[in-house]
Design a protein around this ligand. Structure first.
Ligand code: AGP
Length: 615
């Protein structure tokens, strides 16, 4: 939540910062601001709204500011303090010495504020961030202008999560970065230094990035970067090469990132399969070397994640069960796992799934699991992210940068990697049959063609989205392998079209929710041609009898499904466990076209941020 960009070099900082902010706008977009090192001091501009509005505001600044060679910027997702220009970052200390931007939550900001106010410091915003800003100014003075000493003291005072990027009035050649709990990445391209919340903002300058660790600080100058611990001691640091292409983060000819990312799913799947399989065999061991005998030892597998990533783990859980796993498997949202008295230890393997690798709840859950001696694997899309650095093993999903706030292609990256991981773990355990291995790998290999066939049916799905866009709400129902999909389909509609949508195991409808049904509440039923087809169709009939319009997803060729529904979307056939890999596409397209029909902001839905770095 919140995007930060900083630059110190010889080029026009304003342009670089504004570009960096617009690349990170999906992290938060209720207000934005910039501070530039102008000839007469540090000048700020802030707006309520989008970065495009900030661009206009910067054009009104004196021309010497537009050509300033260093500065910092911020795009905000409000936590403390309303969405106002005053509360937008950067914040400036009352003496004008410190100007900073922040991502995270400073939990003891009230205490700091009341202490400083009692000493006569005047606060001008409602934010938690201002406490850090005013306190740093006081400490800087106390430390006689020693920035490193002041920052060490500041980090000892602050509790909570904070990525801070700081300019100090009388230190014109530097920008300081501080990281605890919220991500921050830095880079030096030989002529200038950069920092950002998200690596995608830096890929146009260099692919060799320095990710700040927990408890680390950095001093950026045009000549290079120095790294320090919170104790003020300098430390060495190696860069990580990120081989993402910067054009991957462009919209291309698509109207929205989300639509482009939906289209990229067959490639994501193909890449994952090519990397982790040999002919009809899983070959995860190339990238995952678990301690010898671990899989024989474990009794328990725990999947932990949030949001769409959590639904991906439900797909994996279902696949493991269908393959005859003898393990005790659970899947849990990280925000609950972290506060429950969960089992753990040497006989437990925990698999944390996070696109960003920065979700606060998932990180906290992973830390708890580690502290119990549980073996921890992460699946993330971002090399160098916090989760990547903290767990025992990481598997990188191969989705490339995802910009749309609604996760699409990263879900595909996750379920494909999770499926292969699940098979590999069961194989190590001697539970996976050769027949199932060949069947599923064969099925996975043929999926990209079927996914492309599904994408070609977009016209039909768009027409249905337009037809049903005036529904007062939706129920997504299905059984077994379809249950995670009902959740994902409902979440996509909620987050980008703001429509009430519920996900229910089809058999549960009659235990309460069916009371809600009438002719204005649409039921989207997922009914592949499996052993559960008839049972699910009975549940569909029950909904139909209550006058609910029925939109059915059925397997290609299942013509009789038409008699149960007002409309049918046909989905190419595949192995039963792999149905989610294809059926998620029409659900994503349905949500996309519904949101488009309703005129919603698809890539940046209201109230959301791509990466949820606060609890
Ligand atoms: C999905 O469309 C959402 N953007 C959200 O549910 C997301 O999946 C969740 O916040 C988890 O994020 P992560 O994968 O980066 O941890």
């Amino acid at each position: 939540m919140c995007g930060i960009m900083g630059y110190v070099g010889e080029n026009a900082a304003s342009k670089i910062i504004l570009e960096g902010l617009s690349k990170q706008e999906y992290r938060g977009y209720d207000s934005a601001g910039i501070a530039l090192r102008c000839p007469d001091g540090i000048e700020s501009a802030k707006i309520v709204g989008r970065v495009s509005e900030l661009v206009r505001r910067v054009e009104e600044m004196p021309s010497e500011c537009a050509s300033a060679a260093s500065g910092i910027g911020h795009t905000r997702w409000a936590t403390h303090g309303g969405v106002t220009e005053t509360n937008a970052h950067p914040h400036e200390s009352v003496d004008g010495m410190v100007v900073l931007v922040h991502n995270g939550i400073i939990e003891n900001s009230r205490d700091i504020r009341s202490t400083l106010e009692s000493q006569g410091v005047k606060f001008s915003t409602e934010t938690d961030t201002e406490a850090a800003c005013q306190l740093l100014a006081v400490l800087y003075k106390k430390c006689d202008g020693d920035a490193l000493a002041a920052l060490s003291k500041l980090t000892a005072y602050l509790t909570g999560a904070f990525a801070l990027v700081i300019m100090i009035r009388d230190r014109p050649d530097e920008i300081w970065c501080v990281r605890k709990g919220s991500p921050l990445v830095t880079a030096f391209d030989g002529d200038a230094c950069y920092c950002a919340s998200d690596p995608t903002a830096l890929l146009g300058y260099t692919h060799d990035l320095f990710f700040l660790e927990e408890g680390e600080m950095a001093a950026l100058a045009s000549s290079g970067i120095k790294f320090y611990g919170f104790d003020g001691k300098e430390r060495g640091k190696s860069s990580i090469h990120l081989n993402w292409d910067s054009v991957m983060a462009d919209k291309g000819h698509f109207e929205h990132f989300m639509r482009k990312e939906i289209d990229e799913q067959p490639d994501v799947l193909r890449l994952t399969i090519d990397t982790h399989t040999i002919v009809t065999n899983v070959a995860m061991d190339k990238s995952l070397t678990l301690p010898k005998g671990l899989m024989k030892r474990v009794r328990r597998v725990q999947f932990v994640a949030c949001g769409t990533s959590f639904y991906a783990t439900l797909v994996a859980k279902d696949i493991m069960e269908s393959l005859g796993s003898d393990l005790d498997i659970s899947a849990e949202v990280a925000s609950e796992y972290r506060y429950r008295n969960v089992n753990g230890g040497e006989d437990t393997l925990a698999i944390f799934v996070s696109q960003s690798g920065e979700t606060a709840d998932t990180l906290a859950a992973a830390r708890i699991a580690k502290s119990m001696g549980t073996h921890c694997i992460a699946i993330t899309n971002v090399r160098g992210s916090t989760i990547d650095r903290e767990v025992d093993h990481t598997l990188l999903s191969m989705a490339g940068p995802e910009i749309g706030v609604a996760a699409t292609k990263t879900f595909m990256g996750q379920i494909s990697l999770l499926t292969l991981l699940a098979m590999s773990l069961l194989k190590d355990r001697g539970v996976l049959s050769a027949n199932d291995e060949a069947r599923l790998i064969g099925g996975l290999r043929s999926l990209p063609v079927s996914q492309n066939a599904m994408l070609e049916r977009e016209g039909e799905i768009r027409a249905l989205a337009e037809k049903y866009s005036d529904s007062k709400g939706f129920f997504f129902i299905g059984r077994r392998e379809c249950v995670p999909l009902t959740m994902e389909g409902a979440l996509k509609l909620k987050e980008i079209a703001y429509l009430p949508s519920e996900a229910y195991a089809a058999g549960e409808m009659k235990h309460g929710p069916i009371a809600m049904l009438d002719e204005r509440l649409t039921v989207v039923a997922l009914v592949p041609d499996t052993d559960l087809r008839e049972k699910t169709l009975s549940n569909v009939e029950e909904c139909r009898a209550r006058n609910a319009p029925i939109l059915l997803l059925a397997s290609d060729g299942d013509e009789s499904a038409r008699t149960y529904a007002d409309d049918v979307i046909f989905v190419p056939r595949t192995e039963p466990e792999l149905f989610p890999f294809i059926a998620v596409i029409p659900l994503q397209l349905f949500a996309y076209h519904t949101a488009r029909t309703l005129g919603c902001d698809i890539d940046m839905p209201r109230n959301l941020a791509k990466s949820v770095t606060v609890e």
